[in-house]
Ligand binder design. Sequence first.
Ligand code: NAI
Ligand code: MG
Length: 361
Amino acid sequence: STPSLLILPGDGIGPEVMAEVRKIVDWFGAKRDLTFDVSEDLVGGAAYDAHGTPLHDDTMARAQDVDAVLLGAVGGPKYDALDFSLKPERGLLRLRKEMDLFANLRPAQCFDALSHFSSLKQEVVAGLDIMIVRELTSGVYFGEPRGIFEEGNERVGINTQRYTESEIDRVARSAFELAMKRDKKLCSMEKANVMESGILWREVVTRVGQDYPEVELSHMYADAGAMQLTRWPKQFDVIVTDNLFGDLLSDLAAMLTGSLGMLPSASLGAPMSNGRPKALYEPVHGSAPDIAGQGKANPIACILSFAMALRYSFDQGDEAARVEKAVEAVLADGVRTADLLGEDGTVPVSTSEMGDAIVAK
Ligand code: NAI
Ligand code: MG
């Protein structure tokens, strides 16, 4: 059956970058005979303006039903004064929570034409292509007890790192599946030297690894991992880690290669009845109110998020590579949105011109 895609452009630059993704989706229909059952709906401030809620129940139900959701960005100053429960971000959080998206995939990929953006030496980042899998729904951000309590004559702030075997098992499985589609190398990071949750993490990941004998599994303490990521990141292919370490390591890894306008992400959940994982794809950046409505936004992060959907939801790895190569080629030609400009006097292209250039390639 035709694969289904729900597009949620959202707020600010969300609709602008999503319009460029639509050009690529249309190109696949016209030139590659690859069509999607595409529907579009509101999320965030746009949904609040229309329905008084940042995510309508009907939209939530559709998201549960499709093969993949692609989201632009939510939020903006217009909504800052709203009640916590009505804020645009709540729409995104509800999607993540109700779809139970426990595996957050954050690639760090270096496009040669942009390697001078890195704070590291060129030879350290040239050709870099790694993926961090961060557990997203458990761990210290959710564990109980939590809170600020009175203790004697002072207060104490408490958060609890807590992982069940099944929570570790499922995110490990996502990471091994991913490694199978890539270079078959997985490094698990925790702090088993000082944390019991880390001991259990290492044990369960090792056990899951027995189901993936082709994948070369290694373990590293997360602090050592941070060092290795900046020293020689190309030693890694896929990294799997918990929510807290993953938060830090994925931001660190992302900045090995460059700009916010270039970074895609995916959040995956359990397999549905058709075998595909529940999935939400979105650029890492937000709604960028400072440049919204000016045609300045870089659409590449959102376009690469769609490429991830092709690879991880639709089993179209070759077509995903086609998109990534087109992006690479356009950058090699020197085409730049304003956020990618150096000092060399190049004139920036608009959001729409960048999209057109990628489609042409
Ligand atoms: P932001 O990511 O929207 O912007 C940070 C800076 O990067 C800005 O200067 C912006 O112009 C630039 N930038 C971001 N994406 C770009 C792109 N594609 N092309 C060119 N430049 C780009 O983060 P900020 O400013 O902290 O938040 C703005 C709004 O977005 C807030 O309402 C925030 O809550 C929301 N937000 C939403 C996220 C989401 O939808 N997942 C994630 C982060 C923030
Ligand atoms: Mg973070």
